[in-house]
Ligand binder design. Structure first.
Ligand code: ZN
Length: 421
């Protein structure tokens, strides 16, 4: 055998002319089992490959990532993006945020709206938000026809129409990734059952925010009987979710539901994440499948803040960094049926996040004001979408200002010298 055949293939990788090279970072790409210091090359908006000390003479850009962590762009599968000034106190209204105003600064390249719109107003959501955003945006479609225009809309069972909902999902299959049931406060299962029916008809997963917890429809039945393999229970560490018994032991029904294929989403939000539930669950191996924000105007200005903060909480509770990244990228991407996202395989979209893992004295709050202290915090240093730098905290992609030619930033004939006095 000739010598070069023993060298791993990646060491022979030559970045194409004009590549963007991210140099010397700790690349964590859980889907490919990668956690090593190396260079990553992007070309034509996609991942080209990685290797140690890649030649960068033909590169269009070299980004120094020494001391940083380099991961796939973050996929947040629970957010509220149907921003309109029309509806007060509503997730399809003034509680929602426009995606680009919040995504890139927090390392997020893909956002999924969790059912802010239903079949009657989805077209408006699509043209006014989804199609205009630079962020990759997908959506769950609410089983309530007007989505989250108000809580009342989500209570009106005669309005839940699985057939029309499934047809709308089919028509927008490029962006609709599932069906949502949320905020239901009646004792029956109408909201969940109709959502699952729409899921059956459309072949899509269902995400359930269980709303108001009632003895007539206990949570354990949701995950043990109602949800199917691939369906998602969001807000899994919410206060009324029975996570641990009186002795602090995680209830077996949760592990059994997971065994059945039901998925659990963190969905922090304004009122849906308690350390009291999450800390013992983490200690006993009951991690969320996906880490998500439930981003809206209220949660972002309260304990949730953003994905880096929510991910840092998981780190603080003992989840290894590689797991934190996996459950914020590759795993949620698969949960929404988009396995092309959330990893750094050659050919994948060039969505990359660079992180500073800061060390110091930090504290994190939960939804009831509970504090957890930690000595580490993830901070988004740079976000790259399709090979383009879209967030750059410390101007790593900048040029020393004195090296920029005088004419830059001035249109022809626009610069007038003041008269001498
Ligand atoms: Zn939500």
């Amino acid at each position: 055998m000739r010598a070069e055949q023993q060298v791993p293939e990646k060491d022979f990788f030559l970045p194409p002319e004009g590549s963007v090279i991210i140099r010397g970072g700790r690349v964590i790409d859980p889907a490919n089992g990668v956690d090593e210091v190396c260079d990553l090359a992007l070309s034509g908006g996609r991942v080209a490959g990685r290797g140690k000390a890649l030649p960068w003479c033909g590169a269009s850009k070299v980004i120094d990532a020494e001391g940083l962590i380099v991961t796939p762009g973050i996929v947040d599968i629970h957010s509220h993006l149907f921003a309109t000034p029309g509806n007060p106190n509503a997730w399809a209204g003034e509680y929602s945020v426009f995606p680009d105003g919040f995504s890139f600064r927090s390392g997020v390249t893909t956002m999924v709206d969790a059912g802010s719109a239903g079949w009657r107003n989805f077209d408006l959501f699509r043209v006014s938000v989804i199609d205009r955003a630079k962020t990759r945006v997908f959506s769950f479609l609410n089983i309530a026809s007007f989505g989250m225009v108000s809580d009342i809309i989500e209570q009106h069972a005669p309005d839940f129409d699985p057939k029309t909902t499934a047809a709308k999902a089919e028509k927008h299959r490029d962006v609709i990734v599932g069906i949502k049931s949320a905020h239901y406060w009646h004792p029956g299962w109408e909201s969940v059952d109709r959502a699952v029916e729409a899921g059956e008809l459309s072949g899509l997963p269902v995400m359930v925010d269980f709303g108001y917890f009632m003895k007539e429809r206990p949570y354990w039945r949701l995950v043990s009987e109602k949800l199917r393999k691939g369906d998602i229970s969001t807000h899994c560490y919410r206060g009324p979710v029975p996570v641990v018994d009186g002795n602090g032991k995680v209830f077996p029904y949760l592990f059994e539901a997971r065994e059945r294929g039901v998925l659990f989403d963190l969905g922090h939000g304004g009122g849906s994440f308690l350390f009291r539930n999450a800390v013992p669950a983490f200690a006993q191996g009951f991690y969320p499948d996906s880490i998500s924000s439930d981003l809206h105007v209220q949660s972002m200005n309260a304990a949730m803040m953003d994905m880096p903060t929510t991910m840092s909480k998981c780190l603080a509770m003992g989840m290894p960094l590689g797991e934190v990244i996996a459950r914020s990228s590759a795993v949620p991407a698969r949960m929404i049926g988009h396995p092309e996202l959330g990893h750094l395989s050659p050919g994948a979209p060039g969505d990359v996040t660079l992180w500073n893992l800061r060390e110091g004295t930090f504290g994190f709050k939960d939804s009831v004001g509970g504090r957890l202290r930690s000595d580490r915090r993830l901070e988004c240093e740079m976000t790259i979408l399709g090979g383009e730098v879209v967030w750059d905290l410390n101007a790593r992609d900048g040029t020393e200002f004195g090296e920029i030619p005088f004419g830059e930033g001035i249109r022809e004939g626009e610069f007038f010298i003041p008269p001498e006095r």
